[in-house]
Design a protein around this ligand. Structure first.
Ligand code: GUN
Ligand code: ZN
Length: 433
């Protein structure tokens, strides 16, 4: 199936929408089509026009009346935490100590890591997520299992070994030097191999000593082609502890800044309680703040102040699940909770905004928009087929829907993995149905 055409209701964004029905921000065709050739999008347009460009032998897959979108992108989650989802705790620190640090120790067993990697990627595909940026554990085995499974499925994935050398159980600690050596050898093996990309991953300031942050600075300087991912300003108790551990730093962001960890490929999970000074610093450095609504609500961490971050400071932002602090693999559910978090602060997040963010917006946050996130000619054919009538409740609700924005709102509010009918990875149908 090297060359084929798929037909359906095509939707792809070209920029961030600026109003509820901003028709200029996207391409939509009720009877649209894509020509896929060798895993790439070769053409996009109206089916009647595109049909003229293919031969009788080329296969046509008809997905009407369903939507065809670029695959969802999840820029912050933990593949090692799929068995931590829904663990009862009063806040982040208790949740980490009581469940997460115990579970992550299991990943030194390569067979366990391989088993979880399989299940993790099944879940991603089931929910229409075709690219993600994931933390692994401190064990190189966990990174190997992650990238091996991702390569096997030919998915574009970002991953990295967590580095942590204090304030955690012994079974989860490396040393500054060991963290550097193992990360370096994993970078050399995996970064740029097929579709795999590496993220240098100090967990957060609490679990990294000054010595480890210093060597992370060296590692990032030696590998500017890699991402940097960590956590920042998620929970008030965490912030208090950070202040105690780094008494000479102005604030939480100052720690990462001192070690030159800010930059256009630096991904900071959460960013809920930032001061104006920190926001300015993140914005100036073109770093990315990542909104993880299901996690922030579940752990009671706080409400992401999207408007404050983007309006005044035009900071680069992204939207993610943060499994297993997050409660759902579904980017539809994540959009739904993002909307509610912003409603509580009297801020608007339109359905066009949330679908833009989960596709092209997140691709831009990862500097990957030339490869994924839209249906532009020449990009990778990572696609999802969405049904707005996947359940009987949705079918009934859809009878009152009169335009695309309303339909997207129903999808994000009522939809889940049942709405994801098929997922193409580099043009290959990959969802088990
Ligand atoms: N901060 C440090 N580690 C973690 C983690 O695993 N999950 C979340 N939500 N926050 C963190
Ligand atoms: Zn996280």
């Amino acid at each position: 199936m090297n060359k084929f055409i798929i037909r359906g209701r095509i939707l792809s964004f070209n920029r961030a929408p600026t109003s509820l029905n901003d028709g200029e921000s996207y391409y939509y065709d009720e009877d649209g089509a894509l020509i896929i050739n060798n895993g790439l999008i070769e053409d996009i347009g109206n089916f009647t026009e595109l049909k003229k460009k293919i031969t009788k032998d080329d296969l046509t897959i008809d997905h009407r009346p369903n939507l065809i979108l670029p695959g969802f992108i999840d820029p912050h989650l933990h593949f090692s935490q799929i068995q931590v989802i829904a663990s009862y705790a009063s806040n982040l620190i208790e949740w980490l100590e009581k469940y997460t640090f115990l579970e992550e120790q299991r990943f030194k067993d390569i067979d366990y890591a391989k088993k979880i990697a399989k299940s993790f990627f099944d879940q991603l595909i089931n929910n229409g997520t075709t690219t993600a940026a994931s933390f692994c554990t401190i064990h190189p085995e966990s990174v190997e299992s992650f990238f091996e499974e991702s390569s096997r499925r030919n998915m574009l994935m970002i991953g990295g070994k967590i580095m942590m050398d204090r304030n955690a159980p012994v079974g989860l600690l490396d040393t500054a030097q060991k963290g550097y050596d193992e990360s370096k050898s994993l970078i050399n093996k995996w970064h740029g191999r097929g579709r795999q990309l590496y993220a240098i991953s100090p967990r957060f300031a609490i679990t990294s000593s000054n010595e480890q942050l210093e060597i992370t600075k060296t590692l990032l300087k030696e590998h500017p082609e890699c991402y940097l991912q960590t956590h920042l300003s998620e929970n008030m108790e965490e912030i208090k502890l950070v202040k105690k551990l780094f008494p000479n730093c102005k604030d939480y962001t100052d720690i990462y800044d001192k070690y030159n960890l800010l930059g256009s490929k630096s991904l900071f999970g959460h960013c809920i309680h930032l001061s104006e000074r920190e926001i300015e610093l993140i914005s100036q450095s073109r770093s990315i703040a990542i909104f993880c609504p299901t996690s922030n609500l579940f752990l009671g961490s706080g409400l992401y102040k999207l408007q404050n971050l983007t309006n005044k400071n035009s900071l680069r932002t992204a939207l993610a699940t943060d499994i297993g602090g997050g409660t759902s693999f579904s980017m539809l559910k994540t959009m739904d909770e993002a909307y509610k978090v912003l409603q509580l602060q009297n801020q608007r997040f339109t359905p066009l905004n949330s679908f833009y963010q989960s596709t092209l917006g997140n691709a831009k946050a990862l500097s990957l928009e030339k490869k994924i996130g839209s249906l532009e000619v020449g990009t990778d054919a990572d696609l999802i087929i969405l049904s707005s009538k996947a359940t009987s409740a949705m079918k009934t609700r859809m009878e009152r829907v009169v335009n695309l924005s309303e339909e997207l709102f129903v999808l994000q509010t009522m939809g889940d993995d049942r709405s994801v009918l098929q997922v193409y990875i580099k043009g290959v149908p990959s969802k088990k149905i």
